[in-house]
Design a protein around this ligand. Structure first.
Ligand code: NAD
Length: 264
């Protein structure tokens, strides 16, 4: 039998009923971690997704509905997961949304929602998780930032601000936990073809007056020298690596999985 490197650990992944979060959850379950997956919905299919992951990987998986735009929900997600699964040693802050518009036309409510979900939620979940990690003397915080945490693009003011913010929060979390068996790092994906990216294509077509094919090739992948989308499996593999013993001295930094985007 293959040894499962994260057997016995409990992981919470925010925004994980889709896309990168689901890919990371799947990789953590495959490595043996018990899991709480999450989104703001509470549908039968969300709970069925947890049951499927549990069956496939032979680990305990629960689905917890919590809205990452609400501070109390963020903290309750971590405490409920700990009550039901026995701790929270791995926290992956992944939930995120996007809106594309020039600054003068950017709706205030979209700015507030992006800052709340893509940045502030990670502060609240981390605040709830660190005492639990300290109690076990071991912890891993993995923040899903973005190439937009290191560089900018026009029309994405809130997203770029939130992602630069989460890179800063990553560094502070690392400094406050250094030497305690706890690390905090950010993964910075380039473009991954998930629902959040699909949803941007119509807006980008309108803004740039381009076809779908041209938006993918000339706007999105123009920044990604590999000319290929990154995959959710690659994000999962990177997260599992950051949770491994090999990564025990990697803290407060970013790992780009972006086909060379930020090398340019
Ligand atoms: P996605 O839309 O497939 O997934 C987003 C997840 O967040 C979903 O599970 C959704 O239900 C959840 N979510 C949204 N609002 C929420 C809320 N209020 N409360 C709880 N959950 C909520 O998109 P994705 O591409 O998988 O994005 C995941 C993360 O990766 C985001 O933080 C995104 O910014 C980041 N990212 C994505 C890409 C990309 O190219 N796809 C690139 C860089 C970074």
């Amino acid at each position: 039998m293959v040894e499962k490197s994260l057997a016995g650990k409990v992981a919470v992944v925010t925004g994980s009923n889709s896309g990168i979060g689901l890919g990371v959850a799947e990789a953590l379950a495959a490595a043996g971690a018990k899991l709480a997956i999450n989104s703001f919905t509470d549908r039968d299919e969300d709970h069925a997704m947890a049951r499927d992951l549990a069956r496939k990987h032979g680990v305990e998986v629960i689905y917890l509905a919590a809205d990452m735009s609400k501070p109390d929900d963020c903290r309750a997600l971590v405490t409920q997961a700990a009550e039901k699964l026995g701790g929270c040693e791995i926290l992956v802050n992944n939930a995120g949304i996007q809106h594309v518009a020039p600054i003068p036309e950017f709706p205030t409510e979209k700015w507030d929602a992006i800052l709340a979900i893509n940045l502030s939620s990670a502060f609240h979940t981390t605040a709830a998780a660190l005492p639990l990690m300290r109690g076990k003397g071991w912890g891993r915080v993995v923040n899903i930032a973005s190439a937009h945490g290191l560089t900018a693009s026009p029309y994405k003011s809130a997203y770029v601000a939130a992602k630069h913010g989460i890179v800063g929060l990553t560094k502070v979390t690392a400094l406050e936990t250094a030497g305690e068996g706890i690390t905090c790092n950010a993964i910075c994906p380039g473009y991954v073809l998930t629902p959040i990216v699909e949803a941007q294509i119509p807006d980008q077509m309108k803004t740039h007056k381009m076809s779908r094919e041209d938006v993918i090739a000339k706007v999105m992948l123009a920044r990604q020298p590999s000319g290929e989308f990154a995959t959710v499996e690659q994000m999962g593999g990177t997260a599992v690596f950051l949770c491994s013993d090999a990564a025990a001295q990697i803290t407060g930094t970013t790992i780009s999985v972006d086909g060379g985007w930020t090398a340019m």
